[in-house]
Design a protein around this ligand. Sequence first.
Ligand SMILES: O=P(O)(O)OC[C@H]1O[C@](O)(COP(=O)(O)O)[C@@H](O)[C@@H]1O
Ligand SMILES: [Mg+2]
Ligand SMILES: [Mg+2]
Length: 336
Amino acid sequence: MTAKVTLTQFIIEQQRGMPGASGSFTLLLNDIVTACKKISHLVNQGDLVGVLGNADSENVQGEVQKKLDIISNEIMVDALSWNGHLAGMASEEVDDLIKIPDQAPKGKYLALFDPLDGSSNIDLNLTVGTIFSILRCGDGAEPDMVDFLRKGAEQVCAGFVLYGPSTIMVLTTGQGVNGFTLDQEVGEFYLTHPDMKIPADCSEFAINMSNQRFWEAPVKRYVDECVQGTEGPRGKYFNMRWIASLVAEVYRILTRGGIFMYPYDSKDPASAGRLRLMYEANPMAFIVEQAGGACSTGRERIMDIEPEEIHQRVPLVLGSKHEVERIVAYHREQQS
Ligand SMILES: O=P(O)(O)OC[C@H]1O[C@](O)(COP(=O)(O)O)[C@@H](O)[C@@H]1O
Ligand SMILES: [Mg+2]
Ligand SMILES: [Mg+2]
């Protein structure tokens, strides 16, 4: 029987020998873990503590906020503001950059997060999650927007926590992807999914089919071919899934492969897509690529995008490498 490895032990081991490692990153991650344990408990308590349902407010994305969108955001901000590891934060639920209180010590990292992902599922008792991305920032200086608007390739860490039947954290610091399950009894995350890998090929796609009439031709072609199955040009059966929680879709793909698409569609021509580059696409791209998968807009690698706005949206195609490459090829063919 091998000893169970805790998340903290795992990170300390990974950081050992890292040049310039001061322990600040490990402690920052610990603060994120503490916040997610609190959110996990509240999600689990649900109606018992009155946290379900809509809040009567809208976020900068123009979406009606759920009570738990706001509460999760407050828990993250509170857990990350005082311990001196951050220089600043940005959240999907907050219009402007979030400053570290003047009286709090400042650190050398920036945290960007989607405090509650899959919000439309929260009242349905379906899996939701928290997504986070960590960037490095000059020591102690008050960061401004340019410090946050950095390519996904500059992330030093990305992760998400699933609040489902189990609470699971999936994490990368650029040395592969590992999954940890929360033992609710002792309140500790243990390594349960070491070195997660996405198979290059798959036969399962995920897309919101109700948007089909608004899709561009390359996406229509790809999905049509999957749906035609063994009778079509792909010559094999494809299954379909749509959970409406990005965290759950990515976890499924990390577990058994697959392709997830929230492509550009003309439903709202002014919007480049549904999902947010800084809080959703970039952290998921880092994780998926570290697990051997690929992540694109259909035309461009997500992690190469130069961000222009902190809340910008992008088309998102991620998962099994060969399927993402096929969709990118269909977009290229359409342009030629
Ligand atoms: O409502 P749709 O079109 O099915 O979209 C579902 C997508 O929207 C999201 O819920 C957006 O995230 P938020 O819940 O954080 O706003 C994703 O998790 C999910 O993939
Ligand atoms: Mg989200
Ligand atoms: Mg959200």
